[in-house]
Design a protein around this ligand. Structure first.
Ligand SMILES: C[S@@+](CC[C@H](N)C(=O)[O-])C[C@H]1O[C@@H](n2cnc3c(N)ncnc32)[C@H](O)[C@@H]1O
Ligand SMILES: [Zn+2]
Length: 280
């Protein structure tokens, strides 16, 4: 049986967890099964507000199909560059954590680029959706994934070198706690005109996103990488999958959705601001 210290700590008593073949155990005697798909459940029952929180199976499947078609590869490549620029020492082992990792598209890309560069890293991710983590754990079977909340991370203090947050909830205090001093928070938000052409079809008067960068206490802003591209959506499935990934899916009038559904292809702008902050 293989046993090794986990990136995660026990959500009940806060002691370190040991990872065994099919479960995690803490020194206090608590134990957590590893699902057949490879993730574990570390969300305390009193923090669970629904049986299956977060993105459901259909939303995860649509996002996986869209991301695997490569439309957001420019963002993945920017995240890989950000990671490579900050992890240069082949003698060191880096801890990379993806908070709200979803189905692990970016987590897997970052892991691959660091390992290809000969770097040693431990990779972990959490998400509130078990359906997303099933896919993430399949993409990266040698990494650790847990159902958990960004606001109660099952991780010790000052253990993370790079913390990624791609379109997921910002939990400043927890991020500050788990990052080591000098560690980096890499926070992705949409730019002002992200998906502009899609929004122009959905709404009579589309608004630009508010892209003002925020400062977060305890962090210093180091740089922002701007990713701007036009993508060519090749079929209706991809158009609707992208729509389903956006917040507009919940608040678009029927006529707007019908205009989108009538299309076979769509060219639209994508834009991401990758804000990189260093923990002081
Ligand atoms: C827009 S998706 C982004 C997923 C992934 N980072 C990506 O870009 O493909 C937001 C993710 O945050 C997760 N999420 C929402 N609230 C959360 C919370 N409180 N703690 C952890 N994850 C959460 C959702 O389940 C979902 O997977
Ligand atoms: Zn415990």
């Amino acid at each position: 049986m293989q046993t090794y210290p986990s990136l995660f700590i026990c959500p009940i008593c806060g002691k370190p967890l040991l990872r065994m073949d099919t479960s995690y155990r803490c020194w206090g005697g608590h134990s957590f099964d590893i699902a057949a798909a490879g993730y574990t459940h570390l969300l305390p029952a009193n923090k669970m507000h629904s049986k299956n929180p977060g993105d459901d199976k259909a939303m995860v499947a649509a996002r996986t199909a869209f991301l695997d078609a490569g439309y957001y590869a420019p963002l993945r490549d920017a995240l890989c560059r950000a990671a490579l620029d900050r992890c240069g020492d082949t003698e060191k082992s880096y801890t990379i954590f993806d908070c709200g990792c979803g189905e692990g598209y970016y987590t897997a890309g970052i892991a691959q680029s660091l390992r290809q560069a000969g770097l040693t890293c431990r990779i972990g991710g959490i998400d509130i959706s078990k359906f997303a983590l099933r896919k993430a754990a399949k993409r990266l079977p040698d990494s650790e994934f847990a159902v958990a909340s960004a606001y109660h991370l099952p991780m010790g203090d000052a253990c993370v070198d790079l913390l990624f947050n791609v379109f997921s909830p910002m939990a400043r205090e927890e991020f500050l706690r788990v990052l080591r001093p000098g560690g980096h928070l890499i926070y992705v938000v949409p730019s002002a005109r992200h998906l502009w052409e899609m929004k122009s079809l959905l709404y009579k008067t589309p608004y630009e996103n508010d892209d003002a960068r925020e400062d977060y206490e305890g962090f210093i802003h180091e740089e922002t990488l701007e990713v701007r591209e036009i993508i060519h959506l090749q079929n209706s499935d991809h158009i609707m999958a992208l729509f389903g990934m956006t917040p507009y899916a919940h608040k678009t009038p029927k006529a707007g959705i019908e205009r989108l559904q009538a299309l076979d292809t769509l060219d639209t702008a994508i834009g991401f601001d990758v804000h990189i902050y260093r923990k002081l």
